[in-house]
Design a protein around this ligand. Structure first.
Ligand code: ATP
Ligand code: LTN
Length: 331
């Protein structure tokens, strides 16, 4: 039986957080055994907000090294940089003609980012979901593992795929989002009603994958909880629930098991345990990422192999699309 195709990407737009790690990257090693995977560094998405060119290039490589450090195997999946494959932009153009301005204006992320970058509401920011649809559809993907915040984008991708298929005949597979049960939305340590985000201005709100042990422990110590000191997960205790979720995700147990483990303990001890567990898990990943970043030749060859594999698949879909929509393809 043919393997299902999986697609996902992360933007090299800042320091990754434990939210990105738990919500996505860390699971990809498991998926690569089961599916035909394409994993990308979404640099074309990243430039929808201003990026310093040198930082963007450096972060793209750091992200690649991180994927590899987490166990993504370049022999098992196509690991590549989005902008190296021109078909993403080409398919995006075609899909733009099937997407309505009104629906893009209503996207939650577009509204949030427009408010945040009010001086730079560019066309790319609005077109972001269509580029994402192009990423996914180009590889005839079945599954798209993402955090909860991206489900709206996968929904619009499905709508666009169906629209294209209805108008031009069966062309695209209609993909599905794959959301894990636990850890799909890690919250800010300073405002547990808000998603932990790599672009949060409050540096205590997010734990970065590059943070050292002391920093991690300090951030957890300062995490917002509440005055009732029971360590249980509930809607009234979003801070504690978030810490329990983080602990459980890093310890590989359920939230209920974590609750049992900390029954009767105080917040101080609990927060320290969460920090230590996170730091302990991240230490080997950080060391391996550093080692890989010193081996630029290896990184370049892994990304080259990924790009070649992606290019082949992308070209196939795009030729089909061009044929279906009636572009002149030469004699
Ligand atoms: P930004 O805050 O700059 O918008 P981000 O932190 O949301 O960025 P992305 O590159 O947009 O990062 O997301 C990469 C992947 O990580 C996506 O699949 C997203 O759903 C997931 N993700 C991001 N934040 C979290 C979080 N707090 N918890 C779980 N998953 C997350
Ligand atoms: N927008 C995504 C990153 C991304 C992506 C994709 C995720 C770009 N293209 C295709 C899944 C599939 C984000 O996580 N912010």
């Amino acid at each position: 039986m043919e393997k299902k195709i999986m697609y996902s990407a992360v933007q090299p737009s800042g320091n990754l957080t434990i939210g990105n790690y738990v919500g996505t990257i860390r699971n990809w090693t498991r998926y690569q055994e089961e599916y035909d995977c394409f994993f990308a560094m979404a640099d074309m998405h990243a430039i929808t907000v201003r990026q310093d060119p040198a930082d963007l290039r450096r972060r793209t490589l750091e992200l690649a090294a991180l994927y590899l450090a987490c166990g993504v195997d370049p022999n098992k999946c196509a690991l590549y940089v989005q902008s190296r494959i021109p078909q993403h932009a080409e398919l995006c153009w075609v899909l733009n003609t099937l997407t309505y301005v009104g629906e893009m204006e209503r996207m939650t992320q577009f509204k949030d980012k427009s408010a945040k970058h009010a001086d730079n509401i560019n066309m790319g920011l609005m077109d972001y979901p269509v580029l994402m649809a192009a990423d996914i559809l180009l590889y005839q993907s079945d599954l798209v593992p993402v955090g909860i915040d991206q489900t709206q984008h996968v929904e619009i991708t499905r709508d666009i795929a169906v629209r294209f298929n209805n108008r031009y005949g069966e062309t695209f597979r209609v993909p599905q989002a794959l959301i894990q049960k636990q850890g799909a939305k890690i919250m800010s340590l300073q405002d547990p009603l808000k998603k932990m985000s790599k672009s949060d201005e409050n540096l205590n709100a997010s734990v970065f994958l590059s943070d050292d042990k002391d920093t991690i422990i300090r951030k957890f110590k300062r995490a917002v909880t509440d005055s009732d000191s029971r360590i249980v997960a509930s809607a009234e205790k979003p801070g504690v629930t978030n810490l329990l979720t983080i602990y459980a995700s890093f310890a590989g147990i359920t939230v209920e098991e974590a609750e049992k483990q900390f029954e009767g303990r105080g917040y101080g001890e609990f927060k320290l345990a969460v920090g230590e567990r996170v730091a302990e898990t991240l230490a080997p990943v950080q060391a391996e990422q550093k080692r890989l970043l010193a081996d630029k030749g290896y990184l370049a060859s892994a990304l080259q192999a990924g790009a070649e594999r992606a290019y082949k698949a992308a070209r196939k879909t795009l030729s089909k699309v061009h044929r279906k929509i009636g572009f002149y393809l030469g004699e």
